[in-house]
Ligand binder design. Structure first.
Ligand code: PGA
Length: 295
């Protein structure tokens, strides 16, 4: 089976090389055509109800057809934030930062997918490196991903290499391993591609003030998309949104947002200040709108 797949991959690469050599266009796997940008604030363990409300008042943006804006606050703030956004008439979706893989039961301190949905969440971050560092393994990440999908929450699956892995040239191997294991239990038919988001988040870039270069971010995102195409299909992989996360700022967002395989951002530190998060949303929107004009 493995051998057959290798042969098929070699043939596909050969066909691609020949088409390129003949100056013909390839059907686009990367082009962001049809994928709405997604910019997600990960507040982590920050803000209280009053400061969250002030944040909403000071944040000038809403979602539009180019760009979906999502806030992932601490779980206890989902409900008050849903109310505040509703009262202010703002089109901003909510997400959770984690979920428990079981639907309910004796799991002290945990929160199930249905509870997050009821509190207003539509998205949920799964496999963030801060949770992986606290002991979450690939098997648990896979169970959480499946639980989110089963409940109708859109998982934002975080993947990324550590600094030592990068130094040893193991980045793509690590990404492939994490992706394959997270999706292993899904089987067929594939889930709705619009209901699954990947976030490439190199661990060394998170909170370090040192974002990945646009070329590296693009390479990782393109690699993930190619792997999705192998696992499911070309057409399916084209529809999945892939975000970049790790020290995103108003200054570097525009450059990274221009990458053909990057469909938005997962933002930690810079999302705590409404003005810097707004700058990131605006940069993403400009890129999306620019692409539409240039088509
Ligand atoms: P950062 O965090 O933007 O502060 O680097 C990103 C994340 O952890 O998702």
């Amino acid at each position: 089976m493995e051998e057959l797949r290798d042969r098929v991959e070699r043939v596909v690469r050969q066909v691609v090389r020949e088409l390129l050599a003949a100056g013909q266009d390839l059907p686009e796997l990367s082009g962001s055509r049809g994928r709405r940008r997604l910019v997600v604030a990960n507040w982590k363990m920050n803000l209280l109800r009053a400061s969250a409300r002030q944040w909403v008042e000071a944040f000038p943006e809403s979602s539009d057809r180019h760009c979906q804006v999502v806030i992932c606050p601490p779980a206890v703030l989902l409900w008050p934030l849903a109310e505040a956004l509703d009262a202010a008439g703002r089109d901003i979706a909510l997400g959770a930062q984690d979920l428990h893989p079981e639907a309910g039961g004796a799991h002290t301190g945990e929160v199930a997918a249905a509870m997050l949905l009821e509190a207003g969440a539509r998205y949920v971050i799964v496999g963030h490196s801060e949770r992986r560092a606290a002991g979450e393994d690939d098997e648990l990440v896979a169970r959480k991903l499946a639980a989110a999908l089963a409940a109708g929450l859109c998982p934002i699956l975080c993947l990324g290499e550590t600094a030592p892995e990068r130094e040893r040239g193991l980045t793509l191997m690590r990404l492939r391993g994490q992706l394959d294991l997270a999706l292993a239990g899904l089987g067929h038919p594939a889930p709705d591609p619009a209901g699954l988001v990947l976030a490439y988040e190199p661990v060394w870039a998170i909170g370090s003030g040192r974002a990945a270069g646009a070329d590296d971010a693009q390479q990782a995102a393109a690699f993930l998309r190619e792997r999705l195409a192998e696992l499911f299909s070309f057409a399916w992989a084209r529809q999945v949104r892939i975000l970049y996360g790790g020290s995103v700022s108003g200054e570097n967002a525009e450059h990274i947002a221009a990458c053909p395989d990057i469909d938005g951002f997962l933002v930690g530190g810079a999302s705590l200040r409404p003005e810097s998060f707004a700058a990131i949303v605006q940069a993403s929107r400009r890129q999306a709108a620019g692409k539409e004009v240039s088509r």
